[in-house]
Design a protein around this ligand. Structure first.
Ligand SMILES: [Zn+2]
Length: 500
């Protein structure tokens, strides 16, 4: 700033706003000899720069969400009500991801007051039964893409319907119970009209910011932009504020972004989770369920106070806006893109199959593959299986390759999914090999050189199949490498989400 101010003294006055085109001019310098005018100019530029700096600061969107899931302890109903009211007083709307059984229990307990208060915020979905066995990752682990999605939909659609009936809206978002994440859920959620994935775990992530994956806008694996005040220790709040400020500074400087913060209403009134009834795969009958241990009234007041102080701290910052999951898709560029520079995409895809960020748009590997096939990119699914290359020649005759291209485009158009592999006569190329070969092809030479694929997008998928699925409710030692393998296939659809 000091440097710029000094430089401003020598600025060509005919271009006072063109700060990037600062010109040193001895002639103009001589026009401003008097001290008074000098000071005035300095002041003017200081104000201009301040205005420019403020204008350049990107917006910080805080997504505050509450997993509203405890259908055992009735005090958790009151906690949800109290939180909704406190936030309403602060002028902040949060997202309450409600479990189907919780919604039904609120109705059965005649808690119209809770349902009304939550409805004034945003309503998401947090599975039909949360921890009753089997949880999603457990039953989806050994299923495929299509049968798994159908099974998730069979189990979950009644819960979505109950949320719609009880709260009067289609849930804005979904997030899995615990770390019980699975890629097949994305296909089913889109079919149920749910466009946003809002949760926190580590199976897939991109730069600690929102991203597109499986056709949904994801706020997930937010790393340094996941900020959670401890409800147990108010003295650590200053530390959390500092962490929030660091994250907000960084997001402002990069043109804006999202901070994710979540709690569970039940945490405000209980000192252990309600669903420990289902720990390590246990599945007791309803009559055997034990209520979780309660916090004292003073402890609960401290929890509410911590939430309010955190929200007040965030709100005090000019760049901060609290947004709900329902608002998120409006803030981001749509996933649909038009390709204007085919050559740029071809160069990129020949080297590596992963997303590409350009001024013209943000492209997933799936978007680019469609463009290279001469299609207008639409949202598609990644392949349902790993695919295999059985063609071992180094070249493919032009006509045979053109047939293969037509066949691949036909499959994508009819199934809205990428093929696992592409047939070239009686042999085939795995999708990544096909994409690399297609991208490097000049389109005219009589033979097309076969290229090996480099599916770099897979690096955004976790590799530790035990740690990422660690959750006290999963059976002991639970591991789901199959789900991560499937996620690597869906990484064809992965790309950063870009703010409008
Ligand atoms: Zn939960």
């Amino acid at each position: 700033m000091v440097y710029l101010l000094d430089e401003a003294m020598h600025l060509d006055v005919t271009k006072p706003f063109a700060l990037r085109k600062v010109k040193f001019s001895k002639q103009t310098h001589s026009h401003f000899r008097t001290l008074g005018r000098n000071l005035l100019l300095r002041l003017l530029f200081a104000l201009l720069l301040l205005a420019a700096t403020l204008a350049a600061k990107g917006p910080v969107y805080v997504v505050l969400w509450f997993d509203t899931e405890d259908y055992i302890e009735p005090a958790a109903d009151d906690a949800a009500l109290r939180i909704a009211m406190e936030l309403e007083k602060l002028g902040v709307r949060a997202t309450f991801k409600v479990v189907g059984e919780k919604a039904r229990v609120l109705e059965a307990r005649d808690r119209r007051d809770v349902i009304r208060a939550l409805s004034r915020h945003d309503i998401g979905y947090h599975s039909n039964f949360h921890s009753i066995q089997p949880t999603p990752a457990l039953y989806l682990r050994d299923m495929g893409w299509l049968d798994g999605a159908a099974e998730f939909e069979r189990r979950e659609r009644p819960g979505v319907a109950d949320i719609q009936r009880i709260f009067g809206v289609t849930p804005s978002c979904y997030g899995q119970p615990g770390s019980s994440w699975a890629p097949q859920t994305y296909r089913a959620l889109l079919r149920m009209g749910i466009p946003v994935y809002l949760d926190e775990a580590e199976q897939v992530g991109l730069d600690d910011q929102p991203f597109w994956f499986g056709g949904m806008l994801n706020v997930f694996h937010m790393g340094r932009n996941l900020i959670r005040p401890s409800l147990d220790d108010e003295s650590r709040l200053a530390e959390t504020f500092a962490k929030f400020d660091r994250a907000a500074d960084e997001l402002e400087a990069r043109g804006g972004g999202v901070i994710s913060t979540y709690f569970h209403p039940t945490e405000f009134v209980t000192s252990a989770f309600w669903d420990l009834n289902f720990a390590k795969g246990a599945n007791p009958e309803r009559s055997q369920w034990k209520n979780p241990p309660r916090r004292s009234a003073e402890e609960s007041e401290r929890c509410y106070r911590i939430l309010v102080r955190y929200v007040e701290h965030a709100k005090a910052r000019a760049s901060v806006h609290f947004v709900t999951a329902r608002q998120l898709p409006l803030l981001y560029e749509s996933a649909a893109v038009r390709v204007t520079d085919r050559a740029q995409i071809a160069r990129h895809m020949a080297e590596r199959q992963t997303f590409l960020v350009t001024d013209a748009g943000v492209f997933s590997a799936a978007d680019m593959l469609q463009a290279l096939l001469g299609m207008d990119p639409v949202t598609v699914e990644g392949p349902a299986a790993p695919g295999e290359t059985t063609l071992h020649e180094t070249e493919i005759p032009r006509a045979a390759f053109e047939h293969a291209k037509t066949d691949a485009a036909g499959f994508i158009r009819s199934s809205h999914r990428l093929p696992a592999d592409v047939w070239v006569g009686s042999r085939k190329l795995a999708l990544a090999d096909f994409a690399a070969t297609l991208a490097a092809d000049d389109g005219t030479s009589p033979a097309v050189a076969v290229r090996k694929g480099n599916p770099e997008m897979q690096k955004y998928i976790a590799t530790d199949a035990t740690r990422t699925f660690d959750w006290p409710i999963h059976p002991e030692g639970f591991s789901a490498p199959q789900l991560l393998d499937m996620a690597r296939l869906q990484a064809w659809t992965l790309k950063p989400a870009r703010l409008k």
